[in-house]
Design a protein around this ligand. Structure first.
Ligand code: SF4
Length: 245
């Protein structure tokens, strides 16, 4: 398929997803792709998606990027989730040599020193493992919501990701924070205890802090950087944009 055809196919899926409930959305995505991958950060939105995918045994792989710098609470949640739903989350780790080179050049926590050093760490611990996780995938599912940040306010239900050559689907795009919280409560879905301690968005431990009342949901991520658009590069339009975020 040419690029225009891919873009148009993604738009058609996006329009169809709009009118479905979450279970129907994920079932449609699972039926549409040959190799559908859901990348979970174990955040509360992703736990909703895991509950639906695992609960209905949909043909969707559930993977996570085990950066090596996650909170202990997040690691424990991997175990609790696997026990609750009876399956194993595929874990993708960074390359040992790349991590060793980074530590040698920048220090283990060199990401505090500059935006470039931070992006270099995210590239090694997140972007490269993500590329491996998505190898051969034709649809990538994420838990992005429009309400998470101004940066994400126009997240579509599905769009063609030209850089990665797949359709990126965001079945929770129009969900509110309240809907997410109600779902995990009503369905007894395990969640990270850090959410209750002021962490709405949870990434690597040294790069995430609790937010203060009134702050945006993602204000605790890379809090020492000034750029309001800061992201790790996983969800930018092309991987190259990470260098400017
Ligand atoms: S979030 Fe922090 S520790 Fe995690 S990969 Fe990015 S810079 Fe490294």
């Amino acid at each position: 398929m040419g690029q225009n055809a891919n873009v148009s196919a993604a738009k058609t899926i996006s329009q169809r997803l709009q009118h479905l409930d979450l279970e129907q959305r994920l079932a449609l995505i699972g039926q549409t792709g040959r190799n559908v991958v859901f990348t979970s950060s174990l955040g509360i939105e992703d736990q909703v998606l895991t509950a639906v995918i695992a609960g209905s045994a949909l043909p969707i792989r559930i993977v996570t990027l085990q950066t090596g710098r996650l909170f202990d609470e997040t690691l424990a949640l991997i175990d609790r989730t696997e026990a609750r739903f009876g399956f194993a989350i595929e874990q993708f780790h960074p390359g040992a040599d790349a991590v060793a080179d980074y530590v040698k050049s920048h220090g283990r926590d060199g990401f505090y020193d500059s935006v470039a050093a931070r992006h270099a760490c995210c590239a090694i611990r997140k972007l490269e493992p993500l590329a491996r996780a998505l190898e051969g995938a034709d649809i990538w599912i994420t838990g992005l919501r429009r309400g998470q940040s101004g940066n994400r306010s126009e997240v579509p239900f599905a769009a063609w990701d030209d850089a990665r050559g797949l359709i990126k689907a965001n079945p929770l795009a129009d969900w509110s924070d309240e809907q997410v919280r109600s779902y995990v409560k009503d369905h007894d879905v395990p969640v990270n205890p850090l959410h209750a301690r002021g962490y709405p968005s949870i990434g690597c431990a040294p790069c995430t802090r609790a937010i203060r009342p009134g702050e945006p949901e993602r204000a605790g991520r890379w809090w020492w950087e000034q750029d309001e658009r800061r992201e790790c590069g996983l969800h930018l339009k092309s991987p190259g944009e990470a260098a400017h975020g």
